[in-house]
Design a protein around this ligand. Structure first.
Ligand code: SF4
Ligand code: SF4
Length: 449
């Protein structure tokens, strides 16, 4: 099997924002020292929140189960530290709302070892047992969306997966957490990819990586050179946003379209993030559930940017102080990347399973540019990878004609922000579309009889 596919791969439309990865791309992942307080919201992903199985005052070990899955589209939660449960109460979350949360005070005298034993060998598990093991380990998509991974591995009767696609595109500017995982742990990336490929019964696997990560490509290539029989191919991709969006990645690597309203598995593909395949490999090597992740801390408002291995539940405030604190010019903190991330309302919000980055921006980047009327230039249409009509959707949303946005397939918008980036009139198109979607979710439109 060829290691590297050499032709230029990409998808239609998209935009080319500057990468801004230079601040952190060469910084090795550092482990942050343990702090005092860890905040674990029960709902950290799409689907039902987990259900607490611990009580206030209870002592918990690092890696111990603290909440069980609340349904099939839900995963378990484990304690990120050895310590004591001090609260089970509503705490502030990313969007400012309060949600049920387990708060743990770390034991300052604990060595913080993970006391787990590896599960049965993955080769011996049936697919149902494998799915159950992944769900109980709390593993979700680590690229940002945090969709419970085991749900993706539950293939309906009659369907089958031919191709496993590992997402190493990391197309959001500033973020380098996936890049560092590929550079520093290439064997684990390949191991996790092979475990998943075999368990899903896929014939082949591809790892899609943007070409601005040559060091990661080279590191993975070296591992594959030692195991030429593995059916795993590296696919270097054009540097373009949003190359890492699931359907775009499939288009770039396989030249296949996932029809609107369908999932990758409907065309025989399963997509998993690099961080997720590493979590799977770690689970079967050591038994460690998902209790920590790599986070990039960067942006012009940070004096000491870094790639950090962070226990889940760590307050953003603690990460920022480890990185030398915010400089005087900082005006806004974003969780995630600058294109799809969210501004946080409090530094007390915690790092969650889907938190890939903490970015600090100054007045210069956050000052809202003056908005001009639409000049019908069509750049937003050329940017939209989903072939939507962003200018029309934005106009309808601005006029609160939310129902009519359904005629323009508003729900197919993935809120990637490429349209806003391309707009010369500085119209906040993606924000307006998000407003329309939120309103439609709260007041669903009745289907015509
Ligand atoms: S935010 Fe929505 S409408 Fe705008 S480019 Fe992305 S998918 Fe298209
Ligand atoms: S890019 Fe902006 S100005 Fe151009 S058509 Fe779209 S909304 Fe109008």
């Amino acid at each position: 099997m060829g290691l590297l596919s050499s032709f230029k791969r990409s998808f239609s439309h998209g935009v080319h924002p500057a990468h801004y990865k230079g601040q952190t791309e060469n910084l090795a992942i550092q482990r942050v020292p343990f702090g005092n307080r860890y905040v674990m919201p029960l709902g950290q992903h799409i689907g039902a929140p987990a259900i607490a199985v611990v009580n206030k005052g209870q002592h918990v070990g690092r890696g111990e189960l603290i909440a069980k899955p609340g349904g099939f589209i839900s995963t378990a939660l484990h304690s990120p530290v050895t310590g004591t449960v001090t609260e089970i109460s509503p705490q502030r979350t990313l969007d400012g709302s309060f949600k049920p949360t387990i708060v743990i005070e770390a034991d300052p005298f604990s060595a913080q070892r993970v006391e787990t034993t590896p599960p049965a060998s993955w080769e011996e598990l049936s697919i149902e047992e494998f799915i159950e093991t992944v769900q109980q380990a709390g593993i979700v998509g680590m690229g940002g969306a945090a969709f419970p991974s085991h749900v993706k591995y539950s293939i309906p009767d009659g369907a089958h997966i031919d191709d496993l696609l590992v997402n190493g595109a990391e197309c959001e500017p500033f973020l380098t957490n996936d890049h560092r995982l590929m550079v520093e742990r290439p064997e684990t990336v390949i191991q996790g990819t092979e475990i998943l490929r075999q368990k899903l019964g896929a014939k082949r696997a591809n790892i899609g990586i943007e070409r601005n990560k040559p060091e990661a490509i080279r590191a993975l290539e070296k591992v594959l050179e030692k195991s030429p029989s593995l059916p795993i191919t590296l696919s270097p991709l054009e540097v373009k946003y949003p190359q890492g969006a699931e359907k775009m990645l499939i288009q770039s690597v396989y030249r296949k379209e996932v029809p609107a309203g369908q999932l990758p598995r409907d065309i025989g593909v399963a997509v998993n993030n690099v961080g997720t395949v590493v979590a799977i490999a770690d689970l079967f090597a050591t038994g460690a559930p998902l209790i920590e992740r790599v986070v990039t801390v960067s942006g012009p408002g940070i004096d000491q940017p870094a790639n950090l291995m962070v226990p889940l539940g760590t307050p953003v405030r603690d990460l920022l102080s480890f990185c030398g604190g915010l400089n005087d010019k900082t005006r806004e903190i974003i969780m995630g990347g600058p294109m799809m991330g969210f501004p946080i309302t409090s530094l007390d919000v915690p790092i969650l399973k889907g938190s890939s980055g903490i970015l600090a921006f100054t007045e210069e980047e956050t000052a809202r540019p003056h908005e001009y009327p639409c000049i019908r230039c069509g750049r937003c249409l050329e940017a939209c990878p989903y072939f939507l009509n962003p200018s029309r959707l934005a106009l309808l949303s601005r006029n609160r004609r939310y129902e009519e946005t359904m005629d323009y397939h508003v729900m197919d918008c993935v809120e990637c922000g490429a349209c806003s980036f391309a707009c010369p009139s500085n119209i906040p198109i993606a924000q307006l579309i998000r407003t329309a979607k939120d309103n439609l979710r709260q007041n669903p439109v009745e289907e015509a009889a």
